[in-house]
Design a protein around this ligand. Structure first.
Ligand SMILES: *Cc1c(COP(=O)(O)O)cnc(C)c1O
Length: 222
């Protein structure tokens, strides 16, 4: 795998305003260092333990994104340093992130995760649930969280039309939330969608942030 070359190829094809999250899960620190030396600063991991292991031994100006499902009892381990949590889908999790943010004397940026795929999943909000969440009194008290936008994953399929429809759905959800609740917010601006197989389509449908792993670092064993 020529990580540097892969990264440069992707970067030269990405519109300048699109944020690239290099998904380094399961990959060794030396691979991340190669990407770092090629100028990449934003890395995504989906396991708390891996973040805990990698963060202390890598350069401090790396922005670590937690892109996977996050258990409430593990928030405390990443709260001191995480720069964006992508997959937040419950008030319980929001409250815990807020609590740990206060302990660390900081604000933690998050994205609300939506369930847009056909596949059954325990994870991700519906628009109805999001409306309830955002209008709840508890939500208003979360002063140490900043909501930066939305995140979603399309169905694992070859059907491009279906993927396109699902990405479009997330874009419409973003637009609705922006209009109804976040008009005055300068932070609420990100739509995190698109992975190695579908990021070009995601960008056409309005993605502002793509999460790319295997196209940069090669396929994963697990
Ligand atoms: C693994 C992962 C990615 C990256 O997937 P690739 O197909 O390797 O680009 C993106 N988003 C999430 C949430 C992931 O878990």
């Amino acid at each position: 795998m020529d990580i540097k070359n892969n990264l440069n190829t992707i970067k030269s094809n990405l519109p300048k305003n699109i944020i690239l999250v290099a998904v380094s899960k399961t990959k060794p620190v030396c691979d991340i260092e190669i990407a770092y030396r090629s100028g990449q600063r934003i890395f995504g991991e989906n396991k708390v333990q891996e973040l805990q292991e990698k963060q202390p031994i890598l350069p401090k100006d790396i922005q670590w994104h937690m892109i996977g499902h996050l258990q409430t009892n593990k928030v405390k381990y990443i709260a001191p340093f995480v720069s964006l949590i992508h997959a937040v889908d419950s008030l319980k999790l929001l409250k815990e992130i807020n609590k740990q943010a206060i302990k660390n004397n900081r604000k933690i940026p998050i994205l609300l995760q939506f369930h847009i795929a056909k596949e059954q999943s325990k994870f991700g909000l519906s628009i109805e649930k999001a409306n309830d969440l955002i209008t709840s009194e508890d939500f208003l008290n979360l002063k140490n969280i900043s909501i930066h936008g939305v995140m979603g994953m399309a169905t694992f399929t070859d059907n491009k039309n279906q993927i396109k429809t699902e990405f479009n759905k997330l874009k419409l959800i973003f637009d609705q939330l922006k209009r109804d609740y976040f008009k005055e917010s300068n932070q609420f601006k990100e739509i995190s969608m698109g992975m190695s197989g579908d990021y070009e389509l995601a960008i056409k449908e309005g993605s502002t942030m793509v999460r790319i792993g295997s196209t940069i670092f090669g396929s994963r064993k697990t």
